[in-house]
Ligand binder design. Structure first.
Ligand code: NAP
Length: 297
C-alpha cells in the first residue's frame, strides 16, 4: 500500500483518471493540480493549486504523458489555468522525491538536472511500449479503414520497423488477411519476420518493395520515407505514420505527389483512453510500491 505517501498529480488527460483511481485504491495521499473543471468527485483526493502544496513533504510527482513543454507548461484538459513545472518548487522537494512522466523534453531534462532529481520516463520502458502497442494498432486499423476504399483483407501492406509497435502492427494486419511485408535493418529482425510467416526486406532495398503497395505503416522514427523513396510509391497508396513527431515521412513531397500521408500521434489516448490509462496506472503503481516497499514494516 501507499498509505501516508503524498503524491502530486500535475495535469493530464482522461488517462490520468485511471492513474488517480489506482493510486487512490492504494491509499496514497493525492493532491491533484489542474483538475478544477473535472466534474467527477474523486473521494479521498484533494483538488489544489500549486501554491497550496508543501513541496518539502511530497514523495513523488506525476506529470502527464507529454511531460512539460519548452516553457515548462504541463498539458491539462481539466483546467483553464496554466500549470508550470518550475525550479521554485521542484528544488524544495525531498531528495527521495521522484518525478514520473510519459516522455521527457529538453526543458524537463535541463530542469531535472539542475534540481538533481530523478525522472522516470514511463514510455521508454519496454513493458509500457509493448502494452501501448495494442491500442496503437487498433487506432492504426481505424485510420486505415477511415482512409481507404479497399478492405485490409488481401491488400498489400508494408510495415516499416520491427520494434515494439511494428511487431504488433505487422501481426495484426497479417491476422486481418493482408499481404504483409516488413522492412527492417537488422538480420535478426529479418529472421523474426520470416519466422512470423511474413515477407521481410532490408530497409536499404525499400524502393523495390513499395511499388505495388496499398498501405504503408511506418514505425521508424527517422526519415525513411524520403522524397526519393516516395517517388516509387503508387499515388493511390495510404501512408500512416505512427512514428513520433516529425514522423518518418517527407510529408511535403507526399502532398506534392498526391499521396495521402497521415501523421497520427497519440493513438492510445485517442482510441482507448481508459485502457491506455490503466497501462500507465499499473506500471506506475508497481514502481511506486517497489520504491516505498519495506518502509512500512
Ligand atoms: P522501437 O521499439 O524502438 O522500434 C523502432 C524501430 O525503428 C526499430 O525496429 C528500429 O530498428 C527502427 N529504426 C530506428 N531508426 C531507424 C533507422 N534510422 N532506419 C531504419 N530503422 C530504424 O520503438 P516503438 O516503441 O516501436 O515506437 C516506434 C515509434 O512509434 C516511436 O517514434 C514511438 O514514439 C511511436 N509511437 C507512436 C504511437 C502513436 O500513437 N502514433 C504509439 C506508440 C509509439 P533497430 O532495432 O534496428 O534500431
Amino acid at each position: 500500500m501507499l498509505t501516508g505517501k503524498h503524491l502530486v498529480i500535475l495535469g493530464g488527460d482522461a488517462r490520468q483518471l485511471e492513474v488517480i483511481k489506482k493510486l487512490n485504491e492504494l491509499d496514497a495521499q493525492l493532491s491533484l493540480v489542474g483538475f478544477d473543471q473535472l466534474d467527477q468527485h474523486l473521494t479521498g483526493t484533494s483538488k489544489v493549486d500549486l501554491d497550496e502544496i508543501d513541496f518539502s513533504r511530497v514523495d513523488s510527482i506525476i506529470l502527464p504523458s507529454s511531460g512539460a513543454n519548452e516553457d515548462g507548461v504541463v498539458e491539462t484538459i481539466f483546467s483553464n489555468k496554466t500549470i508550470k513545472v518550475s525550479k521554485d518548487w521542484l528544488a524544495k522537494t525531498p531528495d527521495h522525491c521522484t518525478i514520473y512522466s510519459g516522455i521527457s523534453t529538453p526543458f524537463l531534462d535541463a530542469l531535472i538536472k539542475e534540481c538533481n532529481k530523478e525522472l522516470i520516463k514511463l514510455f521508454e520502458r519496454d513493458d509500457v511500449a509493448i502494452y501501448n502497442s495494442v491500442p496503437t494498432v487498433e487506432g492504426a486499423v481505424m485510420i486505415v479503414i477511415q482512409n481507404t476504399d479497399i478492405t485490409i483483407h488481401k491488400s498489400n501492406v508494408v510495415v516499416l520497423g520491427l520494434g515494439r509497435t511494428g511487431m504488433s502492427v505487422a501481426r495484426t494486419f497479417d491476422a486481418l488477411g493482408a499481404y504483409v511485408k516488413v522492412g527492417a535493418r537488422r538480420p535478426e529482425h529479418i529472421a523474426r519476420i520470416t519466422e512470423m510467416g511474413l515477407k521481410p526486406f532490408y530497409m536499404k532495398d525499400i524502393e523495390k518493395h513499395i511499388k505495388d503497395v496499398d498501405i504503408i505503416i511506418n514505425t521508424v522514427p527517422a526519415k525513411v520515407l524520403s522524397s526519393k523513396v516516395l517517388s516509387h510509391v503508387p499515388v493511390n497508396a495510404l501512408i500512416v505514420d505512427l512514428a513520433s513527431k516529425p514522423g518518418g515521412t517527407d510529408f511535403r513531397y507526399a502532398e506534392k505527389r498526391g499521396i495521402k500521408a497521415l501523421l497520427t500521434p497519440g493513438l492510445p489516448g485517442m482510441v482507448a483512453p481508459k485502457s491506455a490509462g490503466r497501462i500507465i496506472a499499473n506500471v506506475l503503481s508497481e514502481l511506486l510500491l517497489d520504491k516505498f516497499s519495506g518502509e512500512d514494516e
